[in-house]
Design a protein around this ligand. Structure first.
Ligand SMILES: N[C@@H](CCC(=O)N[C@@H](CS)C(=O)NCC(=O)O)C(=O)O
Length: 220
């Protein structure tokens, strides 16, 4: 199958962000599906090229295109890859709807809470307001993660087989783990299972490797 997939990524981010930029999710999905891709690197510290806002309304990464569609939003891109190339979506309609629900749950019901932690711990480190705010966020995150832990129980994946929903959920839970608030043993094992997949390992290594390469003249 020809696909001519091209994604966007940054040419540079600070060390603490390497391995965490959201093009990782798209690289991971493409690796799960066995689809090769090219990367258009954008200068992180410069102005975005004017044409880029037609690809991503806020000038963020990732954006994605193949020979059929042009997309933005990592969750939408991962769902598209799953539908078009396989590897991330069950074959039946109900299973696909459930995988979509978990994708949105990761991005809408878990990530908004979890992503407050790096904001507090990294971007506003040491500021007075964080002393009061952090315990409140930890409590909210804990409630979400306890219920998620109950759902997962002893299963390997949220719906019995690995789907786009697991990909997004594992990536969001990585943030919780890195912030020191992932305490539920089955969720810790779930993240290890997800990040232990060869496709995640390849995608992660590819993002890191891309920061080491100079930007090719003319492509950004
Ligand atoms: N909801 C978007 C978020 C994308 C996003 O936050 N991208 C970050 C990198 S992880 C970015 O481009 N930040 C630079 C900026 O906002 O200008 C998605 O999931 O694709």
């Amino acid at each position: 199958m020809t696909s001519s997939v091209r994604i966007t990524a940054f040419d540079w981010v600070p060390d603490f962000a390497r391995g965490w930029v959201r093009d990782l999710r798209v690289r991971w999905a493409l690796e799960e599906a066995g689809v090769p891709y090219e990367v258009r690197k954008l200068k992180a510290m410069g102005e975005r090229p004017a044409d880029y806002f037609a690809e991503q309304p806020w000038g963020q990464v990732p954006s994605y295109r193949d020979d059929q569609v042009q997309l933005f939003e990592s969750g939408a891109i991962v769902l598209h890859i799953g539908r078009r190339f396989g590897g991330l979506m069950p074959g039946d309609e109900e299973g696909q709807a459930r995988a979509t629900a978990w994708t949105i749950a990761a991005l809408n019901s878990v990530e908004p809470f979890v992503s407050q932690l790096p904001v507090i711990d990294v971007f506003h480190k040491g500021e007075a307001w964080t002393i009061e705010r952090r315990p409140q966020v930890v409590e909210m995150v804990g409630k979400r993660l306890d219920r998620l832990s109950d759902w997962l129980g002893a299963r390997d994946w949220l719906e019995g087989q690995f789907t786009a929903g697991d990909l997004l959920m594992v990536d969001v839970l990585r943030i919780a783990r890195n912030s020191g608030v992932l305490t539920q043993p089955n969720l810790i094992a779930y993240v290890e299972r997800g990040t232990g997949r060869p496709a995640f390992q390849k995608a992660h290594a590819a993002q890191l490797a891309d920061f080491e390469e100079p930007v090719t003249e003319g492509v950004n």
